[in-house]
Design a protein around this ligand. Structure first.
Ligand code: DGY
Length: 329
C-alpha cells in the first residue's frame, strides 16, 4: 500500500506524459490498443483520484459515481469535451479539463490538407495510380477545383477557425465567417467578412466547420443546408461528426448537390454512414487532425499539469467547469 494518489489513463498516450505523472503519483495505463467499454471504464476508475480520458470515453454521473467520491479531476486528452457531462461533474465537485491551444496549428493544417486533397482529388488519383490504371499524361485526367482566390466560409471563429483563416490567407482566399461574436480585428487582418449562416452557405466555395458539438450545433449541416450550398462547393469537417447529418451528406454527394467533402470526423465513429465509403468525391480519414508528435506531447503536458495542480490543491490551467473551483474555493 502506498499513500501516493492514484491516476488512471484510459489509453496509451506519449511516454513523456506518463513519466511526468509517475514522478508524483501511482499511475496505471490501459495499454490494450482499444477503447475501454463503459463497464471497463467504471471498473478501472474505481478508487482513483484522477483520470486522463479520451473523447471516446463517456464520463457521466454513473461513471463518476462508480469512480467514487475521492475522484478530484478528469483531464480530457482533447480540446473537445462533448464526452463529458459537465453538470454531473460539477454537482459532484469533480474538476474537468481539456487541452485547448496546443492543437490549433496541427488541426488547421489538417483542415487545409483535407481542403486541398478534396479539391485536387488526391485520394482518388492516388488509388488510380496504385491500381495500375494510369496510361500516361492526359489533359482531362483528374481535373479538380481551383483553391486560390476562391471563397472560404468558416463556421465558428474559435482558435482553430482563425488559424485556418491564417493559412488560407496564403492562398489569397476570400474569407467569410459566421460566429455569434463578430471580430472586427480579425476582419481587418484578413479582409474577412462576418455573414449570417444563409450567406455562408450560399457564397462559400469551401465551407469548413469549427463549431463545438452542442445541442444547438447537432446537424448544423443537414439536407436543407446542403441544398443551399453551391453545386461546386466542398464541405470540410474536422470538428465533430454529429455537426453534419452524414446520411444527408451522402445523398448530397451522390446527387451532385455539392461537389465534394473532406471528412476527418464522423457521426458514429468508427462506423461510416451507408454509402459514404463508396463515393469517389469524398476524402475520409480517421479523426487524425491533431495527430502530430509535438501536438500529442503538448496535449499530454497540459493534461498531466492539470492533474498535478488539482491533486496538490491548486487550480488547473484549463478548466471546462470553473464553477466547481468557485464551489471548492
Ligand atoms: C480534440 O482534441 O478534440 C480532437 O478531436 C482530438 O485531438
Amino acid at each position: 500500500m502506498t499513500n501516493r494518489k492514484s491516476v488512471y489513463v484510459t489509453r496509451a498516450i506519449p511516454v513523456e506524459t506518463i513519466e511526468e505523472l509517475r514522478a508524483h503519483f501511482d499511475v496505471e495505463v490501459n495499454n490494450d490498443d482499444r477503447a475501454l467499454s463503459r463497464a471497463e471504464l467504471q471498473e478501472r476508475l474505481r478508487g482513483r483520484d484522477a483520470a486522463i480520458t479520451l473523447l471516446t470515453d463517456t464520463v457521466d454521473g454513473e461513471v463518476l459515481d462508480a469512480a467514487g467520491p475521492q475522484l478530484r479531476i478528469v483531464a480530457n486528452y482533447a480540446v473537445g469535451f462533448n464526452n463529458f457531462d459537465v453538470a454531473a461533474a460539477t454537482r459532484r465537485g469533480v474538476v474537468l479539463t481539456n487541452t485547448p491551444g496546443v492543437l490549433d496549428d496541427a488541426t488547421a493544417t489538417h483542415t487545409m490538407t483535407l481542403l486541398l486533397a478534396t479539391a485536387r482529388r488526391i485520394a482518388e488519383a492516388d488509388t488510380f495510380v496504385r491500381q495500375g490504371c494510369w496510361q500516361g499524361w492526359a489533359p482531362m485526367t483528374f481535373v479538380g477545383l481551383d483553391v486560390d482566390r476562391r471563397t472560404l466560409g468558416i463556421a465558428g471563429l474559435g482558435r482553430i477557425g482563425r488559424n485556418v483563416a491564417k493559412k488560407a490567407h496564403a492562398f489569397d482566399m476570400n474569407i467569410i465567417y459566421s460566429d455569434v461574436r463578430p471580430d472586427r480585428a480579425f476582419e481587418a487582418a484578413f479582409g474577412a467578412r462576418h455573414v449570417d449562416k444563409d450567406t455562408l452557405l450560399r457564397e462559400a466555395d469551401f465551407l469548413t466547420l469549427h463549431v463545438p458539438l452542442l445541442p444547438e450545433t447537432h446537424h448544423y449541416i443537414g439536407a436543407a443546408e446542403l441544398r443551399a450550398m453551391k453545386t461546386t462547393a466542398v464541405l470540410i469537417n474536422a470538428s465533430r461528426g454529429p455537426v453534419v447529418d452524414e446520411v444527408a451528406l451522402v445523398e448530397a454527394l451522390r446527387s451532385g448537390e455539392i461537389w465534394g467533402a473532406g471528412l476527418d470526423v464522423f457521426e458514429d465513429e468508427p462506423k461510416l454512414a451507408p454509402g459514404l465509403a463508396e463515393l469517389r468525391n469524398v476524402v475520409i480519414v480517421p479523426h487524425i487532425a491533431s495527430a502530430t508528435p509535438a501536438t500529442r506531447i503538448a496535449m499530454g503536458r497540459i493534461a498531466a499539469g492539470n492533474i498535478i495542480k488539482v491533486l496538490n490543491g491548486r487550480a488547473p490551467e484549463t478548466c471546462v467547469n470553473p464553477d466547481v473551483l468557485r464551489k471548492t474555493a
